[in-house]
Design a protein. Structure first.
Length: 281
C-alpha cells in the first residue's frame, strides 16, 4: 500500500490509477471504517484501485468542539487500511489541504439546518468543502460513506448532484458492536457506566421501528417511545434531538412513511453519539 502526503504526489499517482473507489475518513479508524474499505474493495473488483484519505478537517469543528483532542492514530490506521485492501492512503497536513489565505468555501442551505446541523452551525459547510476538495484531488469514480452519519451521506449526495461532480456515492449500513452500539471514534470517550448503557440508543430506535411496523405512524408517539427507553438508563446524557424526517430531504415529518428516518443524538459527559434507523418493511 502506498502512503501519499502531498498533492503533487497524489496527482502523479492518480494519472496511472485507472478506475478508483474512494473512502474518505478522519482517522482513528475502527472496524466500521475497515468495513467501508472492504466494501470499496468489492466495488473495485480486481482491476480498479481503492484509496482512502486520513485527514482531520478543522473546518467541520466548532470553536468548542474536540478538534485538538480528536484521536490521531496514523500508524494503526495505515495498518488497518492495508489489511482491508486499500491500494493507497492520502494523509496530508492541514497546510497541504488549505491555503493560509483561502477565501472560498462551500455553503449548504437546506439539508444542514436540521438534525446535527441545527446544533453545529457551519459543520456541514466544512464537510462539503473538504469532500469537494478531496473529490477534486482524488478524482474518484466511486466513493463509499457509512449510513451512521445519515445527514452527512444525504448532504454529500446533494453536493454531487448540485455541483455535477461525476462520482457515484454508495451508502453502507452502520457497523455495530455486538451489543448494537454504532461503532464510532468517539465511543472511546465514554465512561464504563456510559458504555454499558449506550446500547439503549439502538434499542430505543428498534422499539420505535417495531411500533411503526405495528401501525403507529405519528411522530410524537414514536419519539415518546424512544424517550421512554432512554429515560430508563441512568447514565445516559440528555438528548440533543430525536426526530422523524424524510430520508432524502431530511425535513421533519408528522406522519411516518415508507421512506422515513428516525434519527437521534445524545450528549454524554465527554461524547455526543448519533444513531438512526430507516423505516422500511
Amino acid at each position: 500500500m502506498t502512503l501519499i502526503e502531498t498533492v503533487k504526489e497524489l496527482r502523479a499517482w492518480r494519472k496511472s490509477a485507472g478506475h478508483l473507489v474512494f473512502v474518505p475518513t478522519m482517522g482513528a479508524l475502527h472496524e466500521g471504517h475497515a468495513t467501508l474499505v472492504r466494501e470499496a474493495r468489492l466495488f473495485a473488483g480486481s482491476e480498479a484501485k481503492v484509496a482512502a484519505s486520513i485527514f482531520v478537517n478543522p473546518l467541520q469543528f466548532g470553536p468548542n468542539e474536540d478538534f485538538d483532542r480528536y484521536p490521531r492514530t496514523l500508524d494503526q490506521d495505515l495498518a488497518m487500511c492495508a489489511e482491508a485492501g486499500a491500494d493507497m492512503v492520502f494523509a496530508p497536513s492541514v497546510q497541504e489541504v488549505y491555503h493560509a489565505d483561502r477565501s472560498i468555501q462551500i455553503r449548504e442551505s437546506s439539508l444542514s439546518h436540521v438534525l446535527c446541523g441545527a446544533s453545529r452551525p457551519g459543520h456541514f459547510d466544512g464537510v462539503c468543502t473538504v469532500v469537494a476538495k478531496l473529490f477534486n484531488l482524488m478524482q474518484p469514480d466511486e466513493a463509499v460513506f457509512g449510513k451512521k452519519d445519515y445527514q452527512q451521506l444525504a448532504i454529500i449526495r446533494r453536493l454531487v448532484r448540485d455541483l455535477d461532480i461525476p462520482v457515484l456515492v454508495h451508502g453502507i449500513e452502520t457497523v455495530r458492536e455486538s451489543d448494537g452500539l454504532a461503532m464510532s471514534s468517539r465511543n472511546r470517550y465514554l465512561s464504563a457506566a456510559e458504555r454499558a448503557q449506550a446500547p439503549a440508543l439502538r434499542a430505543a430506535l428498534m422499539q420505535a421501528k417495531e411500533a411503526w411496523l405495528g401501525g403507529v405512524t405519528g411522530s410524537q408517539r414514536l419519539i415518546e417511545t424512544i424517550r421512554a427507553v432512554l429515560a430508563s438508563q441512568a447514565s445516559l446524557g440528555r438528548p440533543d434531538y430525536i426526530t422523524l424526517v424524510d430520508q432524502q430531504t431530511l425535513q421533519p415529518l408528522t406522519i411516518a412513511h415508507e421512506h422515513s428516518l428516525i434519527a437521534l443524538a445524545v450528549f454524554f459527559d465527554k461524547a455526543r453519539l448519533i444513531d438512526n434507523i430507516e423505516l422500511s418493511h
